[in-house]
Design a protein around this ligand. Structure first.
Ligand SMILES: [Zn+2]
Ligand SMILES: [Zn+2]
Length: 287
């Protein structure tokens, strides 16, 4: 049980509102396992955050999260564009990353009326910090008994690999203009990610991988501009190929196939990079 709320120096409990009409939080959690929070909110790492879904659509608490970052850099913030249901703000400030710990099922949602009954004095219009202990205790026991641990871990890992591979590639994109002669070491993440990105299919012939190893489709990572020719080991210079196509492209170096691969990369890049970065990527691909 929580005895004294928010006046010890350990973790603080928060309730923050999210507007279901405006942002699809469920889809965001399903994709990333976390959300990069918008707006003025200044918790400490390790703080517990209950997310309240606002009325008129909802009016209850469904999620329990943990603050895992409270000083996100711009480059670290994930792309959440697809989760906005109405127009986005012009200058979003995401500083806080909330990792989903547990969710409640419909029957167990903690409604606003219940919290009011327990002594909640105010509406939930912004981050709420001074929460009566009785409410925190109620929420804690509710999530302890009925909370469901999120099962998006598998997905989250793939997403984490994607994020890391793209971030790494972005750094390379910037560096490639500073020093063209620098030799870069092979990055496991890039290879891992491009195989995941092609969803088990060869980026050249579009066929499914010919076999699986450890339940994973077998594909090989190929650099469109070879590393020895100064190509970068990045997601915008790498594709996933079946062994046949991989052999073929190295032996024949067919112009039309190389162009096909470059265009495939551009197609993927639209999900991974900003417009101005895509212009830079085109240059590195000589497109
Ligand atoms: Zn192939
Ligand atoms: Zn190759």
């Amino acid at each position: 049980m929580v005895d004294s709320i928010n006046n010890n120096e350990s973790k603080t409990y928060w309730i923050i509102p999210s507007r279901p009409k405006y942002f699809d939080l469920e889809a965001c959690f399903k994709t990333y396992g976390f959300v990069d929070w918008r707006g003025s909110f200044y918790p400490n790492i390790g703080d517990i955050v209950y997310v309240y879904l606002s009325k008129p659509v909802a009016g209850y608490i469904k999620y329990k999260c943990e603050v895992i970052n409270n000083n996100l850099k711009k480059s670290e913030v994930v792309n959440q564009k697809q989760f906005f249901l109405s127009e986005e703000e012009k200058h979003p400030k995401e500083k806080v990353r909330l990792r989903l710990l547990k969710r409640l099922n419909t029957d167990d949602f903690v409604k606003f009326e219940k919290m009011k009954e327990l002594g909640l004095k105010s509406q939930i219009q912004g981050p709420l910090k001074k929460i009566p202990a009785i409410i925190i205790n109620y929420l804690e026991s509710k999530f302890n008994t009925n909370g469901i641990v999120d099962n998006t871990i598998e997905r989250y890992n793939n997403e984490a690999i994607k994020q890391k591979a793209i971030e790494y590639s972005k750094r390379m994109l910037n560096k490639s203009y500073v020093s063209k002669t620098h030799v870069y070491s092979r990055n496991e993440l890039v290879s891992e990610y491009v195989k995941h990105r092609s969803q088990g299919r060869c980026d050249l012939c579009d066929n499914k991988a010919p076999f699986e190893i450890d339940n994973k489709p077998y594909l090989e990572c190929h650099h469109v501009l070879s590393l020895s020719d100064g190509g970068l080991d990045t997601v915008f210079n790498a594709v996933a190929l079946c062994p046949n196509c991989h052999r073929k492209i190295h032996l024949l170096k067919a112009h039309n196939e190389i162009v096909k691969l470059k265009n495939k990369i551009l197609y993927y890049s639209k999900n991974e990079f900003q417009e101005n970065e895509i212009e830079d990527i085109k240059k590195t691909l000589k497109l």
